[in-house]
Design a protein around this ligand. Structure first.
Ligand SMILES: C[S@@+](CC[C@H](N)C(=O)[O-])C[C@H]1O[C@@H](n2cnc3c(N)ncnc32)[C@H](O)[C@@H]1O
Length: 335
């Protein structure tokens, strides 16, 4: 196809000078156009096309800011496949990367529903550059074996969101990040009920199903600026990461000494982006419905604070659905 026809198809000005890289990606100096005809569009549009809920949660807006100048990466990994929407989104966005994705294809612990059957992995694996793998996110032996020779530019954990599994995945896979790479954990919340083993009685977000709110740790934190009972949260990802931010020491109850030491030595910094999702989102607006109440002389106020629109608010810490951005040290800073 001639450059003139291509420019016409892409609505480019007739005077635009096109150039081609050795791997077939064509550009006009400002934008890259994949495979000759696919314009490089923003992540939110691609998310809408494939239907991942990362769009309504506001995550893609943030991700686009984070990744847009570095789409030309080699390897990307996401934990958690569901129906494959985000795997396809990453595949289109990182137009020449290998997209690895992992799911255990088991019924979800909170709902007992099988939401990612093996057929989804089979369909994804038909696409060149996608490698969909059936594995537990916390299987140290298997994951180390599978990714023995692979280094990822970015890793996103959108799998079980349970404390133990999330932290073990981080320990295993942080070693597979390139120096200067970024590891992201989605939907990190306090998981209050999961801490207490009440997972069946409430939904996965720590909110009681169809019952009045118990004094909620989020409300207490909002009102007092500290946790009511820190010991209940000691194993939570939120707690461990905040302790790292304060003391620069990674200390997870679920990790070996060697794993904690590796993370302590290799994490450059951690940023907590509170609740990027929009206020209208159903799941998260449940957080706003709490009733205030007096309990043992302590007033727990109603949770009426609107969840923020996306602004990136690193200092407001204890909100549902936070994104955690963990950057790895550049090589010369590692010890
Ligand atoms: C939130 S969904 C992933 C959504 C997907 N990333 C998207 O945006 O379209 C979570 C997925 O994690 C998977 N999962 C849950 N626990 C897991 C575990 N222990 N290991 C691997 N995958 C797990 C579930 O089967 C489910 O498909």
């Amino acid at each position: 196809m001639s450059d003139e026809i291509l420019k016409d198809a892409l609505n480019l000005h007739a005077g635009t000078v096109l150039s081609y890289s050795p791997n077939g990606v064509m550009g006009d100096g400002k934008h890259a156009f994949c495979a000759g005809l696919r314009p490089q569009i923003a992540l939110c549009e691609i998310a809408a096309k494939y239907g991942t809920d990362k769009l309504k949660h506001g995550y893609t807006l943030y991700y686009d800011k984070l990744f847009k100048n570095n789409r030309n990466i080699e390897n990307f990994l996401e934990l958690g496949i569901f129906r494959g929407a985000s795997a396809k989104m990453w595949w289109e966005y990182f137009y020449q990367a290998n997209i690895y994705c992992v799911d255990n294809c088991k019924p979800e612990k909170s709902s007992e529903e099988l939401i990612c059957p093996p057929s989804v992995l089979e369909e994804l694996n038909l696409k060149q550059r996608i490698k969909a793998i059936n594995c537990e996110q916390d299987d140290r032996v298997e994951l180390t074996k599978i990714f023995k020779d692979i280094k990822f530019d970015y890793i996103v954990d959108d799998a079980s969101h349970l404390q133990k599994e999330t932290q073990i995945s981080l320990a295993i896979l942080f070693k597979n990040l390139i120096s200067g790479g970024t590891y992201i954990i989605e939907d990190t919340i306090t998981m209050y009920d999961m801490q207490l083993g009440n997972i069946r009685k409430r939904n996965g977000w720590g909110i009681r199903l169809g019952q009045p709110e118990l004094p909620c740790p989020i409300a207490y934190y909002e009102a007092n600026g500290k946790l009511r009972n820190e010991s209940l949260f000691k194993d939570s990802t939120w707690y461990v990461l905040n302790k790292f931010i304060e003391a620069k020491i990674f200390d997870s109850l679920y990790l070996t000494e060697e794993e904690n030491e590796y993370l302590t030595n290799h994490i450059e910094n951690i940023e907590i982006i509170a609740a990027p999702q929009k206020k209208s989102d159903k799941t998260h607006s449940a957080l706003e419905r709490g009733k205030g109440r007096l309990l043992k002389d302590v007033w727990y106020p109603p949770i009426h604070q609107p969840l923020p629109e996306y602004t990136g608010t690193p200092n407001s810490k204890l909100k549902a659905g936070s994104l955690i951005i963990i950057n790895k040290k550049a090589k010369d800073k590692q010890h």
